[in-house]
Design a protein around this ligand. Structure first.
Ligand code: ASP
Length: 328
């Protein structure tokens, strides 16, 4: 027994010592559960740059672990050493996948330390540049007239693009209007859309704003309840709700997580750095330019972040169970 206490004391001391020297020379890896160059990756790279300023001596790197709607990357982090060197940056899929995948390799609420939320990002409904439609009305008519012939890209079951496509298609009431084409993220899906290999996609403004502005894709609507009337590019598009899709209101949120059991001193350091990053004018400006809003409420506190995810999980589960469609 004495020996056990001694061992526990040594473990506590070494964890404490580790927290004191954190981060040391080892990089802090932010795992993005989607492909490089996409919207989640973009948020992670901008955040890494901002966080670097507020964790002295740190070297934040971004690692992409794409696949299965974000569940591969999330599993990787749930199983990583809880030493503050492997973090997860995930979006609404954190709350959607527990409803869609009945056999998930991790428990969303139990297997992570919640470090705080990052931003809220609207989505846009976009199409390949060759589509003949120029307004949302024309676009909807075109889809109905070509039911069964078109395809819609997404980033895997449980991804934001999948959720958006599902919600939107269910309002069209045109059975099997489009075939879904899954990708490891919406960066490769965007390339396919620009190239005309896929017809339609719904994706975060952090990936679409620049492509819309440069005319590489056509935009038809935004997914927020109201149009984004102050944004220089996105203000030109109606909201789906305005177009008659009653109650349609979808915003994608991103949060930061560490494996369960990460010492409190480390999670505190990371949460404090995150909160400072969210006040960083450069980070705020980058987000606003891409139609995203940096979180500026109590969801930056770990307990509130977790509460928010739990509420989102319950909301999405009700919708998924009602539809009766699962990923496994
Ligand atoms: N935007 C993607 C999604 O639909 C993920 C990504 O590639 O960042 O979830």
């Amino acid at each position: 027994m004495k020996k056990l206490f001694a061992l526990a004391a040594i473990a506590a001391v070494s964890l404490g010592a580790h927290a004191q020297t954190y981060p040391g020379t080892k990089p802090i890896s932010i795992v993005v559960p989607f492909t490089a160059g996409g919207p989640t990756d973009r948020v992670a790279r901008d955040l890494a740059e901002a966080m670097r300023k507020f964790v002295p001596g740190s070297n934040f790197v971004v690692e992409n672990a794409a696949g299965a709607g974000g569940t591969i990357g999330a599993t990787k982090v749930a199983r990583a050493a809880p030493d503050g060197h492997t973090l997860l940056l995930h979006h609404i899929g954190m709350a959607a996948t527990p409803a869609l995948y009945r056999k998930l390799a991790y428990k969303t609420l139990d297997d992570f330390e919640y470090l705080g939320m990052i931003n809220d990002v609207p989505m846009t409904l976009i199409g390949k540049p060759q589509l003949p439609a120029n307004t949302y009305r024309d676009f909807e008519n075109y889809i109905r007239a070509n039911a069964g012939k078109l395809n819609i890209a997404h980033a895997g079951l449980g991804s934001a693009s999948h959720l958006c496509g599902l919600l939107w298609q269910s309002t069209l009431q045109t059975k099997d209007a489009m075939t879904t084409i899954p990708f490891g993220g919406t960066a490769p899906a965007m390339t396919a859309l620009i190239g005309g290999q896929v017809d339609v996609m719904c994706d975060q403004t952090t990936n679409t704003t620049q492509q819309i502005e440069s005319g590489r894709v056509k935009a038809f609507a935004v997914t927020t309840a109201k149009p984004l009337s102050t944004h220089p590019v996105l203000k030109h598009y109606p909201s789906l709700q305005e177009m008659g899709l009653k109650g349609f209101n979808l915003t994608i949120w991103h949060g930061l997580y560490a494996p369960k059991g990460t010492p409190e001193a480390i999670t505190k350091t990371l949460n404090e750095a995150l909160k400072k990053a969210l006040k960083d004018p450069d980070f705020i400006k980058k987000n606003e330019g891409l139609g995203a809003l940096v979180v500026n409420d109590n969801r930056t506190e770990p307990a509130e972040h977790k509460k928010f995810v739990a509420a989102e999980m319950a909301k999405i589960k009700t919708a998924v169970d009602a539809a009766g469609k699962y990923a496994d």
